[in-house]
Design a protein around this ligand. Structure first.
Ligand code: SF4
Length: 376
């Protein structure tokens, strides 16, 4: 297939659903419960609800929405740190658009901007570097956010700033890594998962080898999946094939984009610029060892955490927020007490309602409210 609409072909989707139904009927379900398959990536969550895939699947398959939306797992304390940096009158604070509305304990970046802070939306860290070139009397800070997908572009921007000797540019580094996070989920007591849809974009950078421990040690199958409806359905079919045949392997459905060995140039830039933090705080998941990166000592002069005083305080989510339970798959978004009432995309209480990749925003946008109404 060559064009994107071919991956959205309804007739082929119906054939795949038929194959999935046939396969699942031949599998002995664990303890009479459904098969729990986690889509790790927020991009998958968005596609699943946008195309109504969850409702097409047989009841024996339940999709669990994982923590792969970097905006959603950003803890409140880090948003407060962003606001503190942005409120420094010398600073132009730059960020991707979806991080602007994430609530902090005092305000979001959007509210800080409304209150007079110089917060600007950019499409890439290179845009932020260009602002630094044009404003030599200001300090330009880029909010580095995301998994391995966006880590390389931040690293390459730092290398570019270094080569040009630009000294008024820095990065507030909140980049996170996927593998320790999946491991933390697998180690959660009582968690029942039967397989993973692996993240397509992250895998484009890191390849498929880093996931081998999931198949070899935890004995769970994983299929790295693309983002179109047929990609996701085919990946579910591939997972079921593995489960039915008693195999646990890492397979690559998204081979048209993901090379098994990853992207060497991107990995070299990442290794040059970052080192692992001992631990990093995740919203809803707590502190996870080695799950975030910071700038190496060689690039400390580009590190906003060292350049600016930040509060660095751990802030608990409001009591009514159940983002943590949703992130771990223990609750569906519509089971959160404030879903669709106090928490909506216009007035988000939790970060999962902010980004289009957040499970709550996806449920809300594509019919979750209706579902809630059926339950209440
Ligand atoms: S509805 Fe709002 S508060 Fe509840 S889990 Fe979703 S984002 Fe968090």
């Amino acid at each position: 297939m060559k064009y994107v609409d071919e991956f959205r072909d309804g007739e082929k989707a119906r054939v795949l659903i038929g194959e999935i139904e046939a396969l699942v009927s031949s599998i002995r379900l664990p303890e009479g419960r459904p098969l729990y398959l986690m889509e790790v990536c927020g991009g998958h969550t968005h596609s699943i609800f946008r195309y109504g895939l969850e409702g097409m699947l047989p009841k024996e398959i339940e999709l669990v929405h994982g923590p792969g939306c970097p905006v959603c797992v950003l803890p409140m304390g880090r948003v407060d740190d962003c606001v503190a940096i942005a409120e420094n009158p010398k600073v132009i604070f730059t960020t991707f658009g979806d991080a602007m509305r994430v609530p902090g304990s005092r305000k979001s970046l959007l509210q800080a901007k409304a209150d007079g802070a110089d917060v600007r939306m950019v499409y890439s860290p290179m845009d932020a570097l260009e602002l630094a070139r044009r404003n030599p009397d200001r300090e330009v800070v880029f909010f580095g956010l995301g998994f391995e997908t966006t880590m390389p572009s931040t690293a390459l921007t730092i290398l570019q700033a270094e080569s040009e000797g630009i000294s008024n540019f820095s990065v507030f580094c909140n980049h996170i890594t996927i593998v320790p996070t999946i491991k933390a989920i697998l180690d959660s007591p009582g968690l029942q998962l039967d397989g993973f849809l692996g993240p397509g974009h992250v895998s484009m950078v890191i390849g498929t080898a880093p996931y081998e421990f999931i198949a070899n040690y935890y004995r769970k199958p994983m299929v790295v999946a693309g983002f179109e409806p047929l990609d996701i359905l085919q990946s579910i079919w591939m997972l079921l094939k593995q489960i039915g045949e008693g195999r646990t392997e890492v397979e690559n459905q998204y081979a048209r984009v993901v090379p098994d060995e990853g992207n060497n140039a991107a990995l070299r830039a990442v290794a040059e610029v970052y080192e692992l933090r001992e631990f990093f705080e995740w919203r809803g998941l707590g502190s996870i060892d080695h799950s975030g990166v910071r700038l190496r000592e060689t690039y400390a002069h580009f590190d906003a955490e060292r350049k600016f005083a930040i509060p660095n305080v751990r802030i608990a989510d409001p009591k009514s927020c159940q983002c943590g339970e949703v992130l771990k798959g223990a609750l569906k978004p519509w089971q959160c007490k404030v879903f669709g009432t106090s928490c909506t995309p216009e007035t988000p209480l939790g970060a999962l309602m902010v980004s289009s990749e957040g499970a709550c925003a996806a449920y809300y946008q594509y019919g979750g409210q209706k579902r809630q109404a059926e339950v209440v």
